[in-house]
Write a protein that binds this ligand. Structure first.
Ligand code: HDE
Length: 761
């Protein structure tokens, strides 16, 4: 740390290897010529290390950067070497006995290169294989010392560096981003008292109550083992076979069939710690807590058809969205909310707080906002950071503790264990992205890939030879488990049973459904229909509908009809006495409860252009959108320059072919007869328009482009004849008002009153 603080290289023998500043410096006496195969000033991307070429990540304010800088490598102006540091003279040709002769075994340069390449891949995560990460910080608003001594909450304004990884669960590493799935929301806090990983999801409940069932759940949802299909999808027999036999999953199924499973962006979804945890203060007193992340941009989702099409048009949709927002300085932000309650309160609840298939409704325990999370720096290298980061539910720090949630218990074991095979041994905590900011001193030694060079002959404790060091911290400083765990008063017999309240599988499933808006309820029904229609075994469909009868009879009836089957009798309940829930509805469970501020920052707007567009209104529009923080793109039949009716010049940066409508939040159709005619002649235009309309997005049509609406058979009013707030027709004269109306309508995100099931022809 002294070396780092003084800006000196960490290893004085290798001054050139460490630190960005050093890496960029020219070694004494060396002459560095520009790389020979890049012609100077050829194209924009070769001149600039821009976001698009992706060489150097934009720097954010983040104290982890300091420790990671030690290992960051920048090869600008450097000579190519082997891994042993030997300069390579020729990187094009292997060593051969004569020009047409055999390659020689002695070519250590070729062999090193190929051998390393042969071992580039590591196993992907068993679940959550596909993910995207970013660096940032957590800032505490007020000291929480009354409840916890955990380092991040000690004082107002305290900043703790974090690395966050978002993920889908079922798909493989190379699968699509927009699958219907739970999203992982894993946060590693590099606190000054050790690493704390809050490894959560974007839904506050889970499918199962006990870790014992986790391998079964995952085997059921993953591609079926005989033919390895389907990829990144739950819509298949084995998943629904399993969950229909596990009524405890009914609540989670409601969440997964809701639009929460197809978020518009990682930046627009909530995060939850799921389990009940504990906060522990200096005096050792503890309270129970649930963790919530609330996105500043509000909670927004896609519609299913859109998600399906995006997975073809841009399988990296969420990864790109996160990357681009951070590169643009639009740092995503969440607030941390806590639901804090006592054991005495918990005992009164109609549900068990150790049951991860239950939430604590906000009406019972309000969410208290305590800080914010800001992501302000993209990783420099996906593998080194996002792939090698190892989260672990067991990583907690003094001031936090677990509860006896039997699902959490399994997680406490699983995460470290899985890294041992994924990251190749027990020393993965030394990988730079995993290394704590807090110092690490213990007597663990050796193992694969050990980085630290421990000095001295003592690797045990107690010892006298090293003066007793490293010494036990004691209760004042060190981690102490809370003594009075909930359930301690229960019988100490070893049993394999569940607590009684775990048997209520339906009350909160109903609560969730009843708390949704009409549109959300309709989407849940559609999702069940879609998924179950992919199930080929009728008995599985029946069993699922039979379960749903216990939760939401109307939903089960609708599904029976939609799936063309008779309504089956309800599944016998595990708990015959009905539970009296505290609340019948919890408005906070609707996505609509958190619309954000109505702004349109980072929203993508497609402005269709062709030669002859009426240019003045488009100029105004682009300025207004940029001023509001949106991202306008000019989409044309081909890339390149276009000339407007008044001689204005436009450069199209996307094409109807490479950027279909599903990739945009809103659409603008231009005025100008010639342009409209050209666009009309390209079938992509009408397709673009139809999907925008179908997916309930905002459309602004200037002047002559109204004919495109007619061609695409877009109704100008809602089915009941009333005004469609998301469809704005404007002539150039009234451009200012139309633009203002367009921006306001985009702020509403979607115009669901347009929606029809099935979509109107
Ligand atoms: Fe995980 N989970 N999980 N999980 N989980 C993993 O750990 C596991 C569960 C979650 O971005 C694995 O490093 C068990 C709940 C996230 O790297 C593995 C059980 C929640 C991530 C594992 C659960 C999660 C994982 C796979 C039931 C929400 C991705 C690779 C007892 C609170 C973290 C790895 C990242 C990853 C085990 C259930 C969240 C196998 C045994 C509930 C966000 O260890």
């Amino acid at each position: 740390t002294q070396a780092l603080a003084s800006g000196m290289p960490a290893n004085a023998n290798k001054p050139l290897e460490y630190g960005e500043a050093n890496a960029l410096a020219t070694p004494a006496g060396a002459t560095v010529s520009p790389p020979s195969r890049l012609p100077a000033a050829s194209t924009l991307s070769e001149e600039n290390s821009s976001a698009k070429t992706g060489t150097v990540a934009r720097e954010g304010v983040n104290t982890t950067i300091a420790s990671l800088d030690r290992v960051r490598v920048d090869s600008s102006g450097r000579v190519l070497t082997t891994n042993q540091g030997v300069a390579v003279a020729d990187n094009q040709n292997s060593l051969k006995a004569g020009a047409r002769g055999p390659a020689l075994l002695e070519d250590f340069i070729l062999r090193e290169k190929i051998t390393h390449f042969d071992h580039e891949r590591i196993p992907e995560r068993i679940v959550h294989a596909r993910g995207s990460g970013a660096h940032g910080f957590f800032e505490c608003y007020e000291p929480l010392t009354r409840y916890t001594k955990a380092a991040p909450f000690k004082e107002a304004g305290k900043v703790t560096p974090v690395f966050v990884r978002f993920s889908t669960v079922a798909g493989e590493r190379g699968s699509k981003d927009t699958a219907r799935d739970v999203r992982g929301f894993a946060v590693k806090f590099y606190t000054d008292e050790g690493n704390w990983d809050l490894v959560g999801n974007n839904m506050p409940v889970f499918f199962i109550q006990d870790a014992m069932k986790f391998p079964d759940l995952v085997h059921a949802v993953k591609p079926e083992p005989h033919h390895q299909m389907p990829q990144a999808a739950s819509a298949h027999d084995t998943f629904w076979d399993f969950v229909s036999l596990m009524p405890e999953s009914t609540h989670m199924l409601m969440w997964v069939m809701s639009d929460r499973a197809i978020p518009r962006s990682f930046r627009m979804m909530q995060g939850f710690g799921v389990h009940t945890f504990r906060l522990v203060n200096e005096a050792g007193e503890s309270v129970l807590v649930k963790f919530h992340w609330q996105p500043k941009l509000g909670t927004h989702s896609m519609v299913w058809e859109e998600a399906v099409k995006i997975s073809g048009a841009d399988p990296d949709y969420h990864r790109r969205d996160l990357w681009e927002a951070i590169e643009a300085g639009e740092y995503p932000e969440w607030e941390l909310g806590l639901q804090i309650f006592t054991e005495a309160q918990a005992e009164q609840f109609s549900f068990d707080i150790l049951d991860a298939t239950k939430i604590v409704p906000e009406e019972l325990v309000p969410v208290q906002i305590v800080g914010r999370l800001v992501l302000n720096r993209n990783p420099d290298n996906f593998f080194a950071e996002t792939e090698q980061v190892a989260f672990c539910a067991a990583h907690i720090v003094p001031g936090l503790d677990f509860t006896n949630d039997p699902l959490l218990a399994g997680r406490i074991h699983s995460y470290v264990d899985t890294q041992i095979s994924r990251l190749g041994g027990p020393n993965f905590h030394e990988l730079p992205i995993n290394a704590p900011v807090a110092q690490v001193h213990n007597n663990q030694r050796d193992g694969m890939h050990r980085q630290a060079i421990h000095r001295g002959r003592v690797a045990y404790e107690p010892n006298s030879l090293a003066g007793g060091c490293p010494f036990q911290a004691g209760a004042a400083q060190g981690f102490v488990s809370v003594a009075n765990r909930i359930d301690a008063k229960e019988s100490a017999n070893k049993v394999r049973i569940k607590p009684e309240k775990f048997a209520d599988h339906y009350t909160q499933a109903r609560l969730f459904f009843e708390s949704q808006s009409e549109v959300e309820q309709a989407h849940i029904g559609n999702a069940f229909r879609f998924e179950l229609s992919k199930v080929t075994v009728p008995a599985i469909r029946e069993r699922m509908v039979a379960n749903l009868r216990n939760a939401v009879p109307a939903l089960a009836e609708r599904l029976a009809q939609d799936l063309g089957m008779d309504l089956p009798p309800p599944t016998p309940k595990a708990l015959e006495t009905p539970v009296q829930p505290e609340v019948e509805s919890s408005p906070a469970l609707s996505l609509m409860a958190r619309p954000g501020d109505g702004g349109i920052r980072t929203r993508k707007v497609a402005i269709l252009v062709a030669h002859g567009v009426e240019g003045s209104s488009l100029g105004k529009l682009v300025s207004a959108l940029v001023a509001a923080g949106a991202v306008p793109r000019l989409v044309a039949p081909r890339l390149g320059a276009y000339v407007g009716a008044g001689g204005e010049k436009f450069a199209a940066d996307a094409t109807l072919e490479n950027s279909p409508g599903v990739l945009f939040d809103a659409l603008v159709l231009p005025d100008g007869a010639a342009a409209v005619e050209t666009l009309d002649a390209d079938a992509h235009t009408l397709e673009f328009l139809r999907v925008q309309y179908w997916h309930c997005k905002t459309i602004l049509a200037f002047g002559a482009s109204e004919t495109l609406l007619a061609e695409a058979q877009i109704p100008l009013t809602l089915p009941d004849g009333s005004h469609d707030a998301g469809l704005i027709l404007a002539d150039a004269a009234a451009a200012d008002e139309a633009i203002a109306e367009f921006i306001a309508a985009m702020g509403m995100h979607r115009h669901f009153d347009r929606e029809n099931d099935p979509p109107a022809a």
